[in-house]
Ligand binder design. Structure first.
Ligand code: HEC
Ligand code: HEC
Length: 430
């Protein structure tokens, strides 16, 4: 089978590329008068750091919505991560299309980029000092960007869509640099990094990647904490009876038990709740035949053990694991889970309540009439699938949540959408 590879540009590859293409640019343009040179020995003053951050943020923001950085000329980061959809997809497609011809299908649902600034680096063994529970408990694989946690920094992550044949479709880092210079970003990169950068294509590519990473730290865009739930925690909003009941069910270990993984309380240091513990977990969501790659019965997206991630190939205990997403802004989405198997939030919540009690509702039947439970994970790995409540039941048992309770959880999840304060026109939150 043909698994589209996401090329990762190694430092060596970039060096070779530089050697091949050479510094075609006429070196520095003019003097470095307004340059915020960054690598000054002895470091930058605070004011310089702020100026640099502002300049990189502005550059990252402009490039984020610039389709001219793609092979098709039609696809920007913002095409998939839409600013008016919490930086998630604006449509209900399971996966998006990209590449030079805009016809190459993706392999996974597009996540929201809100609150990614706080995702910890990937770790196989995570000991949570924030947790009230025993710090010696190993929470297992945790963190990292993307659904399988394979990128630790925003800069590393940004290479993926820029170079993916089914996303922005650049064939090489050099392509990205050429497109960025053609689009006129050279002068801004020079101002930030100094005149020498224009003769150094590897440095130019790294500078472009860093601008995306720095932009993703922009508070107003990425982590405003402006939901009704934030206002509620600050004592500035009251939850409706349905929302309050939904929160109770969300937290109750005997009902939704959602907060076990989607943490709903502030951290010990006062950090607002992120609605994720960043753990990589197998839930066994149904196979989604809308994803063209899944039409090949031999293809499985196994998350942490591959094929997109390559460092844990062969770690069968890691197959099927995907990172727990934040549920902030989840009600703005029309596509849920790593493979976009569900298209309504209610269905996604219902899946938790009824995965094990009513498997026939979610999974196809085999020729012999039996239910092919966990059809998106080969049988050899199905022991990895989580069985914590509400997944601790059996076929025919009563679901942990009834229909009304599911509606209340959905009502609660709607309080996690940013923009509540602005809509209400009340005072700014601290
Ligand atoms: C064609 C659609 C598409 C485009 C264009 C795109 N992305 Fe993404 N993005 C995705 C998908 C799909 C994922 C999940 C990938 C995975 O899990 O392998 C993702 C994941 C991410 C993540 C990790 C989020 C998380 O929760 O871990 C970041 C950060 C990100 N993208 C930033 C960008 C930036 C910056 C650009 C532009 C340079 C961009 N994306 C362009 C589809 C897209
Ligand atoms: C054992 C940990 C765990 C528990 C408990 C849990 N979740 Fe999740 N949740 C996850 C993981 C992991 C994913 C991503 C799985 C995937 O895509 O394969 C996820 C994904 C989701 C999504 C899809 C989000 C998106 O952006 O696509 C929703 C909605 C959700 N969970 C809601 C809930 C609710 C509601 C509850 C309680 C009824 C709950 N979760 C309980 C771990 C958990």
């Amino acid at each position: 089978m043909n698994i589209p590879r996401i090329p990762a540009m190694s430092a060596a590859a970039v060096a070779v590329l530089f050697f091949m293409i050479g510094p075609r640019l006429s070196a520095a343009s003019g003097t470095a008068g307004d340059t915020i040179v960054l690598s000054a020995p002895g470091g930058l003053s605070r004011a310089e750091v702020r100026r640099r951050t502002r300049a990189l943020t502005a550059l990252g923001r402009d490039m984020f919505s610039d389709p001219s950085l793609s092979a098709s000329g039609k696809l920007a980061c913002a095409s998939c991560h839409a600013p008016d959809h919490a930086l998630g997809p604006a449509n209900a497609l399971s996966v998006q299309f990209g590449g030079a011809d805009m016809r190459q299908p993706g392999l996974r649902a597009v996540p929201s980029l809100k609150y990614v600034q706080i995702v910890p680096q990937f770790s196989e063994h995570f000991y949570d000092s924030e947790d009230d529970s025993d710090e010696s408990v190993d929470n297992g694989p945790t963190g990292g960007l993307t659904w399988d946690g394979r990128a630790d920094r925003g800069a590393d992550q940004a290479r993926i869509p820029l170079l993916s044949p089914f996303e922005m479709g650049n064939e090489s880092a050099g392509n990205v640099v050429d497109r960025a210079l053609r689009a006129g970003y050279g002068e801004r990169l020079r101002t930030i990094y100094g005149a020498d950068i224009l003769g150094d294509r590897k440095a130019l590519f790294d500078g472009i990647l860093e601008a995306f990473e720095v932009y993703e730290q922009d508070e107003a865009t990425f982590y405003p904490y402006s939901s009704k739930y934030d206002a509620y925690l600050a004592g500035k909003a009251t939850l409706s009876p349905a929302e309050a009941h939904g929160l109770e069910l969300f937290n109750d270990p005997g009902k939704g038990n959602c907060a076990e993984c989607h943490i709903s309380q502030r951290g010990n240091d006062g950090t607002p709740p992120q609605f994720t513990d960043y753990g990589l977990i197998a839930l066994g969501v149904p196979r989604n035949l809308d994803i063209p790659a899944n039409r090949d019965p031999a293809y499985f997206d196994l998350g942490l053990c591959g094929p997109l991630r390559t460092d844990f190939r062969g770690r069968t205990d890691y197959c099927g694991l995907f990172r727990t997403p934040s549920l902030r802004n989840v009600a703005t989405r029309q596509t849920f889970f790593h493979n976009g198997a569900f298209h309504s939030l209610k269905k996604a919540v219902e899946f938790y309540a009824r995965r094990d009690t009513n498997p026939e509702q979610w999974y196809p039947r085999r020729a012999d009439g039996t239910v092919d439970k966990f059809d998106d994970l080969p049988a050899a790995y199905q022991a990895n699938i989580n069985t914590d409540p509400p997944f601790d039941r059996h076929a025919g048992d009563r679901p942990a949540l009834d229909d009304k309770e599911i509606d209340d959880i959905v009502a609660f999840l709607q309080t996690l959408n940013d923009g509540y304060v602005a809509e209400q026109g009340t005072a700014r939150l601290p």
